[in-house]
Ligand binder design. Structure first.
Ligand SMILES: Cc1cc2nc3c(=O)[nH]c(=O)nc-3n(C[C@H](O)[C@H](O)[C@H](O)COP(=O)(O)O)c2cc1C
Length: 188
């Protein structure tokens, strides 16, 4: 699949088949990630690939984090929320934890973050071209100390996304967008 088809067909994938994604495939995706433009070649990204036990630990961290949403932690609703977070994580073949350098200068920090998200988009497009699905998530769990410890978050970096990766369980149609023509001016 060429890059344009991959971009046009990509959509966030919620359910995956159980088969693992080969390590060499994930390595190819990460090689695409680090091709992203980055101002002054800061290479501001770091990645952690979670499978197996590490992914199970992430499931527990997400479940514990989700508990904070509920007034009654012992309620059925809270238990169901925790179980869902655990199940979703276990049923995702791999999770890539995306980290970005946090520079003291705001402009550099913003440029670094932009590069890291471009790297993430490269992974998503490349994954699509190989028949894989992805789903980028953010949220408060990114600041969870246990997650930082799990991935050995380096000093001066923060987690900016959790990217699910696997073979899609079903084919989904891309979600709606406003046509580009509606949000573009041509000046000349
Ligand atoms: C920076 C960023 C953060 C996101 N965070 C979340 C998230 O926390 N939870 C979630 O369900 N989706 C998250 N998404 C996915 C978007 O909701 C999704 O891309 C959007 O609904 C459009 O759907 P599509 O990707 O299928 O086109 C995030 C996407 C981006 C780019």
């Amino acid at each position: 699949m060429d890059a344009i088809d991959a971009i046009q067909r990509r959509t966030s994938v919620r359910r995956y088949r159980s088969e693992p994604v080969p390590r060499e495939t994930i390595e190819r995706l990460l090689d695409c990630a680090v091709r992203a433009p980055n101002h002054k070649l800061t290479e501001p990204w770091r990645f952690a690939v979670l499978t197996g036990e590490a992914k199970a630990t992430l499931g527990e961290i997400r479940a514990r984090h989700r508990l904070q949403r509920y007034d009654e932690p012992a309620s059925d609703e809270a238990r169901a929320g925790m179980a869902k977070a655990r199940r979703e994580t276990l049923e995702t073949p791999a999770v890539l934890v995306i980290m970005s350098r946090v520079h003291p200068d705001e402009v550099v920090r913003e440029e670094d973050y932009a590069s890291v998200m471009m790297a993430t988009a490269n992974i998503m497009t490349a994954a699509q071209s190989l028949g894989l699905g992805t789903y980028l998530k953010t949220g408060g769990v990114m600041g969870d100390r246990a997650l930082g410890e799990l991935v050995g978050l380096p000093e001066g970096y923060r987690i900016v996304g959790l990217l699910s990766l696997g073979y899609p369980a079903e084919s989904e149609s891309p979600r709606r967008r406003r046509p580009a023509g509606d949000v573009t001016q041509w000046l000349g």
